[in-house]
Ligand binder design. Structure first.
Ligand code: FFO
Ligand code: GTP
Ligand code: MG
Length: 445
């Protein structure tokens, strides 16, 4: 591991006033800087907290007292020498410490994601683990946390490594066959020894590429509320949100803008979308709202279609097309206490926002649908479009190899398949994706 010229420092905790804040330093000057700030020589035993005074090396003035941690490389998060200062979390303390530290030769402020970038460069994390870390920091629900921590733990990387090993074996066979056999003796089937395994591998990889659950879980599920004007769409959104997010009135055509809110549905992340009531209208503003409602519904994962009990069984033409979409949930609204739902309304869930009727059944149906679309069980899954694109390329190359006849082309396609997998874990073509991935990180990570 080659030491980097520059030593970086950043506040690793969230900005703003806090009880305690953590400053993190990584690089060859981490040790000398820590000695200069704390006067502790030798440095504390590796990885054990020590109580220290932090002073400005230039003036000797005490800046704060706090905990000091020393992680000599390579056994650190970045693989370099790392020091951590856990100090009082005020802006003034942090500003004074950062100023003192960056006044030290060879020490500068870190860019967003730069610690993680160094961990990647030093082989501490592969690219899927880096992404898992980013997702873990962003995780808002329990299912997202589980998926991210599994990926940070290397589960996806392990699968890719397993696939790579099988392709390497096939490549070795191809190369050995081509290299050591006379031109006219190259066997008819270059892949004969590995063909059954490669065929199984292709099926496995295609199965993964076709599985959208991991990506959906990362991004969350979109559920759109649709129905005629006045059906009670905004009332339902407010009830589920637990606050008056949307305007409710007895005037048909109240909602025009698309209103979104985020919910945690039994651990699954959901974006709930309220829309303008669907109907024919001459009002250009309402018409634009309805256009947006339809556009949003086209992209949604699930729809809740609402119908006022008083209008039963007349489903307006504008609403009818959404009724039979897969996953659509039909709700008959304003089935208030004392008003029996129509006996023939099978497949419709009676609901009264006013009297709080039908919510348990609604939540159960929604959670079931969310689980069906998002539940990833214990399998690590692809979580990004980038993974899918690389895996699609891999599958295409392997498919060509399996149906190819020219030895050189078969070998080249197996190589291309390997390259696609290498891209997922960050072994090849890294530079163009690294910028994109690390741009998501916060400073100090
Ligand atoms: N105070 C503090 N808490 C933190 C972090 C941190 O950097 N500082 N982390 C920052 O993300 C996370 C923990 N991640 C870490 C990952 C690896 C190592 C580390 O020292 N790895 C060495 C030794 C491993 C071992 O002893 O098993 C290594 O990989 O060689 C430290 C923290 C969350 N909590
Ligand atoms: N009795 C009764 N009235 C309800 C219930 N839910 C909503 N309402 C009323 O129905 C009217 C319309 O409610 P909204 O939530 O604004 O309906 P909407 O579907 O969003 O209407 P638009 O935005 O115009 O498309 C309001 O007067 C609500 O108070 C209910 O469960 N029972
Ligand atoms: Mg509304």
């Amino acid at each position: 591991m080659t030491a980097r010229a520059e030593t970086i420092i950043a506040v690793a905790t969230a900005p703003g006033r806090a009880g305690v804040a953590v400053l993190r330093v990584s690089g060859p000057e981490a040790g000398p800087l820590t000695v200069a700030l704390t006067g502790r020589r030798p440095l504390p035993a590796p990885r054990l907290a020590a109580y220290a005074s932090f002073s400005d090396p230039a003036t000797g003035a005490l800046l704060d007292r706090g905990l000091l941690l020393w992680f000599p490389g390579p056994a650190s998060f970045t693989g370099e020498d790392v020091a951590e200062f856990q100090v009082h979390g005020s802006r003034a303390v942090l500003a004074a410490l950062l100023a003192a530290a960056t006044g030290f030769p060879g020490v500068r402020l870190a860019e967003p994601g730069e610690f993680t970038r160094r961990a990647f460069d030093n082989g501490k994390l592969d690219l899927t683990e880096v992404e898992g870390l980013a997702d873990l920091i962003d995780a808002e629900t329990e299912a997202q946390r589980r998926q991210a921590v599994r990926q940070l733990d290397g589960a996806l990387g392990q699968i890719i490594l397993g696939w790579q090993a099988r392709l390497m074996r096939a490549l070795a066979h191809c190369e050995a066959t081509i290299d050591f056999v006379e031109e006219e003796d190259v066997p008819d089937d270059l892949l004969s020894a590995t063909r059954p395994d490669l065929t199984a591998l292709l099926a496995e990889m295609r199965g993964q590429a076709a599985d959208g659950r991991g990506e959906r879980l990362r991004q969350g599920l979109t559920i759109v509320i649709l129905g005629p004007p006045n059906a009670g769409k905004s009332s339902l959104l407010n009830a589920l949100a637990g606050r008056e997010a949307a305007i409710v009135s007895d005037r048909a055509g109240t909602t025009r803008d698309v209103i979104e809110l985020h919910l945690d549905l039994g651990g699954y992340p959901v974006t709930l979308v309220d829309t303008a009531g669907l109907r024919a209208t001459d009002d250009p503003i309402e018409a634009e709202g309805i256009r947006r409602a339809r556009a949003r519904a086209d992209q949604a994962d699930l729809a809740l279609v609402l119908l006022d009990r008083a209008d039963w069984p007349r489903v307006p033409d504008d609403v009818a097309p959404w009724l039979d979409q897969p996953g659509t949930l039909r709700l008959l609204t304003k089935c208030d206490a004392g008003i029996a739902p129509p006996a023939d309304a099978r497949g419709w869930l009676p609901l009264s926002v006013q009297d709080g009727i039908g919510f348990d059944a609604l939540m159960q149906a929604l959670t079931e649908r969310a689980a069906a679309l998002l539940s990833t069980g214990a399998d690590p899954l692809l979580t990004r479009a980038r993974h899918r694109a690389a895996l699609d390329e891999t599958c295409a190359a392997l498919d060509r190899a399996l149906s190819g006849t020219l030895p050189e082309l078969i070998t080249e396609d197996v190589r291309l398949a390997l390259r696609g997998l290498g891209r997922i874990v960050g072994r090849v073509d890294v530079e163009d994706i690294l910028g994109l991935i690390f741009a998501e990180f916060c400073i100090g990570k």
